[in-house]
Design a protein around this ligand. Sequence first.
Ligand code: F6P
Length: 359
Amino acid sequence: MSDEQPNKTIGVLTSGGDCAGLNAVIRAVVQRAGNTYGWRVLGIHDGTHGLLRRLVEYEELGLQLFTGNILRMGGTILGTVNKGNPFAFDMPDGTIEDRSEAFIDGCHELGISGLIGIGGDGSLAILHKLTDGKGIDFIGVPKTIDNDVPLTEFSVGFSTAVNSAVDALDRLQPTAASHDRVMILEVMGRDAGHIALNAGIAGGADVILIPEIPFNVDVIAKKLASLADLGRHHALIICAEAARPKDGDSVMKGGNYGGIGQLLSDQIAAATGAETRVTVLGHIQRGGIPCSQDRIIASAFGVHATDLLAKGAGGRMVAWQHRQVVDLPIADIAGRTRCVDVKDTLVATARGLGISFGD
Ligand code: F6P
């Protein structure tokens, strides 16, 4: 298919939990589509919901909107949802309905021949299934602070979340040292320990706890004792929200992971007599100004995704591999998740630094 399709209209939407860098992807799509191809870009509101509503909810994203600030903004100018799978949609009367046809009708109503969806692995798989064989080319852009989308080294939003966690450790260290306390920082990540592992190394943690390496509190107590032998009576512990003890399960709160920090605090205090304090970083990791790394990845993903639509490609996800933006079949990520590989170079680095995983 030729690159010259001046009357083409494409859609862009954000789906799943927000993170920093989503607007930078949207901006890159609009810049590339408008400047290079002369296409119309429609921004769909609230993920898939915008295409299910009647009237369809969207806005035209003209080049004039992008005056310089949107690249820097956290969140998503289009809004997003992390529930409401059109194949099993929760209706107001409590029933569940397959609304996938309504989604496609919404696309046709807008005259969209290509759709760029910025989402996590779950959202991308659903968007691919919705559009597959329906005459709408779909390109997925991976985003998530958890960095658990398979086959890409980076997802948009991860680096900013890591920076927030490192900043928290930088703030916790002096207060830990001043009071001889053990500070526990609980970070997000769902089933993957990437945020805790990366931030723990960069932020000088003494202990990193991740779901991929179950811990034993006695081992953590020994690590704290070895620090005390060196004359250091304070410590930094970073734990992923799904970190779990060798003989137990992850801690849940209201349907999500949460609460492991407090449990650890109680157990470490009981085992060592140390004064402990817990900080739960929470959604601070999701908001904020995207860091340069996220803006760079977002820009490369947005341009490449638009170029794929220009080539008539569909059913593909852009990815970051070996310092390059690449693309691969979305089907390749189905049913997979990218957790920390315990043989990962960063696990070896942490161990080499004397950081304990509590194992
Ligand atoms: O997937 C991103 C994430 O921030 C996870 O790290 C966290 O477990 C979850 O979403 C929180 O979801 P919510 O925003 O619904 O509280």
